[in-house]
Design a protein around this ligand. Structure first.
Ligand code: PLP
Length: 388
């Protein structure tokens, strides 16, 4: 018996949902089946909604500080879930991980400095570097038998060129790779050797499927002082609209630099409901998360089975974490423009186009399966109509 009914479909139209309401702006057509933006179509844990409702009843929504109980909830969550012991003093709050990437780039590097990433990767990794007039250095991931690996020779060669900051995406969006301890140790040791800071975007860290373990890179080795980690309840519990996240580092100097940059931007606290939602989620969200992960694992299994039977030219990467499926469509022999046109015009489905994630994304699309099985089933039907 499960507590939550993830089969239940809730209409998200006319709620300002980016995924459902901006189809026309992004794809040029509004009658598409949305499986793009990385949020879930599920309501969050009941305790989160109750906590927000209780706060709402108070009816006064003035400036709100983040109380120590939130730090305590985060500390307990990362300890239980990821065996990572942190101090509450290591936590800084931020409205989101993308704002954190931008703030970190400004705080830890100067205009013209090199910032490294590994494509294909979440698009704002590029744009937050470029918009802040720093230089993107790319150490592309290697696709080995339909699974990404790090080319450590290239990684070290790039670090030697004087990279100031490395943006790590773990678990990895768009592929769902969960980097292993040995890989993370190698990353950390190399970054330390070349005096390169690490911004670890671990926003997907709670979304890891059986057989895989998320290891916070800051919990390893003797390079923790080089690492600033981003976590949030937004992906885990579907609270992206609440705009609340945490930035964790044991290095006080980095914390001071980061907070000074936040102050320059006039940032000083979170949204009242973000604070309430974040605390309730980390305190009470475990059962919901266990059930959500099981449901999404089943969706992934279903997609895999369907592709093997109906669209064998499409090879999906097996997500070790995240609710994103990275599909290799290169065997179809279509250009990215042709692929996009077929998906929109023939299939009427909204998927993320691979080239958005930089080099290595050509010929791929990304599907979000954090939705009801019914929605996945319809999506697959449309994928087949578009591409078979
Ligand atoms: C790797 C990664 N980082 C950050 C974000 C967004 O973070 P936020 O909404 O907190 O800015 C996403 C959303 O898809 C993501 O996949």
């Amino acid at each position: 018996m499960t507590t939550y009914d993830f089969d239940k479909v809730i209409d998200r139209n006319n709620t300002g949902s980016v995924k459902w309401g901006l189809l026309h702006d992004v794809f040029g057509s509004s009658d598409l089946h949305p499986m793009w933006v990385a949020d879930m179509d599920f309501p969050p844990p009941a305790e989160v909604t109750t906590a927000i409702r209780n706060r709402l009843e108070h009816e006064i929504f003035g400036y709100t500080f983040v109380p120590p109980s939130v730090g305590k909830a985060i500390q307990a969550w990362v300890k239980t879930r990821h065996h990572w012991e942190i101090r509450q003093a290591w936590i800084t709050y931020s409205s989101g991980v993308v704002p954190t990437i931008s703030t970190a780039v400004r705080a830890f590097t100067s205009v013209g400095d090199k910032v490294m990433l590994q494509s294909p990767v979440y698009t704002p990794f590029f744009s937050m570097v470029e918009k802040n007039e720093r230089v993107v250095v790319n150490s592309p991931l290697k696709n080995v038998n339909n699974r990404y690996e790090i080319d450590f020779e290239d990684f070290e060669a790039k670090l030697k060129e004087g990279v100031k900051l490395f943006l790590l995406c773990n678990p990895h969006n768009p592929s769902g790779r969960v980097w292993e301890k040995e890989e993370l140790l190698q990353i950390g040791e190399l970054c330390k050797k070349y005096n390169c800071l690490i911004l670890a975007d671990e926003i997907h860290s709670d979304l890891v499927f059986e057989g895989n373990i998320h290891v916070p890179i800051a919990s390893l080795g003797d390079f923790a002082d080089f690492v600033v980690t981003c976590i949030a309840p937004s992906k885990t519990f579907n609270l992206a609209g609440l705009q609340a996240s945490a930035v964790i580092t044991s290095n006080q100097e980095l914390r001071d630099l980061f907070q000074a940059e936040q102050q320059k931007q006039g940032f000083h606290t979170l949204n009242t409901f973000g604070i309430v939602g974040m605390e309730a989620a980390y305190l009470h969200g475990e059962t919901w998360l266990t059930e959500a992960l099981a449901y999404m694992a089943e969706n992934i299994r279903y997609v895999q089975e369907y592709l093997e039977a109906e669209l064998p030219q499409i090879k999906m990467m097996q997500p070790e974490g995240t609710y994103l499926i990275w599909m290799d469509c290169r065997e179809l022999g279509l250009s990215d423009d042709e692929l996009k046109k077929a998906l929109i015009e023939k299939g009427k489905i909204g998927l993320e186009p691979g080239p958005k994630y930089g080099t290595g994304g050509e010929g791929f699309v990304r599907m979000n399966i954090a939705c009801s099985k019914e929605h996945v089933t319809e999506g697959l039907k449309r994928l087949k109509a578009a591409l078979s």
